[in-house]
Structure formats: structure tokens, C-alpha cells
Write a protein that binds this ligand. Sequence first.
Ligand SMILES: N[C@@H](CCC(=O)N[C@@H](CS)C(=O)NCC(=O)O)C(=O)O
Length: 221
Amino acid sequence: MSLTVFGAPLSPFVRKLRLCLAEKRLDYQLEIVLPFGRQPDWYCELNPLGRIPALRDGDFDLADSSVICQYLEDKYPDRSLLLGQNSEQRARVRWLEKYADYELAPLSTFTVFRNRVLKPSMGQPSDEATVQSALSEKLPPHFDYLEQCLGDAEYFVGDSLSLADLAFACQMVNMEHGGEQLDAKRWPNLAALYMRIKARPSLQAILPGEQKVLAKMSTPA
Ligand SMILES: N[C@@H](CCC(=O)N[C@@H](CS)C(=O)NCC(=O)O)C(=O)O
């Protein structure tokens, strides 16, 4: 078994896949592929959308973090299950994963992180007004909803870690890289969940590498 992840460490979707692999105790190599038009031609054959991550498992290639995580769940069912224990849980995990990927990501990653980190690193002006609107108007209703979904449970679904928790935490990491934290007074359960996921060995193992990339990006060339 030889697994290779193609992608870049600061992508929340690459991070989600890496956390999934680590929680399942599957070894892999990370081969750096950058997004946004900087991918080599061979990568665009693997994923014509050009998005990261992708996975190579032996001679089998696959793209999209959610699809890959489902593949890993099917292929390695003896490893800790991250997609729920029954039909209802699996549906709920997929819904919350999708919620994080499609509702939070455009704000936490593609607005806050992009304007605070990516654009300055490329010498582009950042749009702080759009960041402020994301933080004060657009994100709070999503956090209200997720806080209510979580209640005072330890995890979003059932009584064990799932991709729902990981997908949510991955977006919060990008928001934090962008200099913003969840307000623990307003969303205490979500903030505590994030702290618990952040403390897990799977995330602790990759955060120093991410910090190095961030430091490099903020150093003038
Ligand atoms: N649904 C995809 C989303 C992947 C995605 O949007 N990745 C971003 C990087 S964070 C990307 O590669 N964007 C490049 C582009 O859209 O051209 C997944 O979960 O893998």
C-alpha cells in the first residue's frame, strides 16, 4: 500500500484529507501541488478541475477531499470510521461536512484567509471590507446553526470523531491563520470543539509545517 497526497498544506481540503489519513493511521507522502493555475500538466490530467487535493493509491488516482475520504472509509473499514456508524449518522456527517466545505469555506478560507494571507503574500491588495462583512454578517448565522447542531455534545455526530468535526476544524484553522478566532463567548460549544480537535495528535502533527509555510509567505522575497 503506497498512498500519495497531492496538494499544499494550507488548503483546508488537503488538511481534511491529511487528518482523515492520520486518524485512520494510514501512512502517506505529501507531494506538493499548488492550486490556482500553478499545477503541472500531469496534475490537470489527474484532475481536470485543477483543484487540490488528489490521492494516488498504488495505480489508482482520485480527486476531491470528500470523495477521497469516502473511498478511504470504504477501502479501509478496519480503521477508525469517520463517516458515522449507521445510515442516519452517515447522512448527518455528509451534511455537516458539506456545510463546512460549501458554506464556511467561501468565508473563512476564500475570504478571510485569502485576503489576510494569500493576497498580501502575492503582493495583491486585500479587501478588508469584505473580510469584515464575512466576520460580522455572513459567518455568524452559520456559527449559530452549527452551535445549535452541536449542543453540548462532544462531537457533531454520535459519540465519536467524524469528518463533520474535521471539516469544521479545517475551516477554523484557515480563519485562525487569517488572524481570527471563533468568539468563545458567543459560540462556546463550537469554540471548545475546535480546541479539542486542534489538540488531537493528527492536527498537532501538521500545524508546525503549516506555520513554516505561513512564515515563508510573510517574508518579503
Ligand atoms: N471540493 C473540493 C474543493 C477543493 C478546492 O477548492 N481546493 C482549492 C484549494 S483550497 C483549489 O484547488 N482551488 C483551485 C481552483 O479552484 O482553481 C475538495 O474538497 O477537494
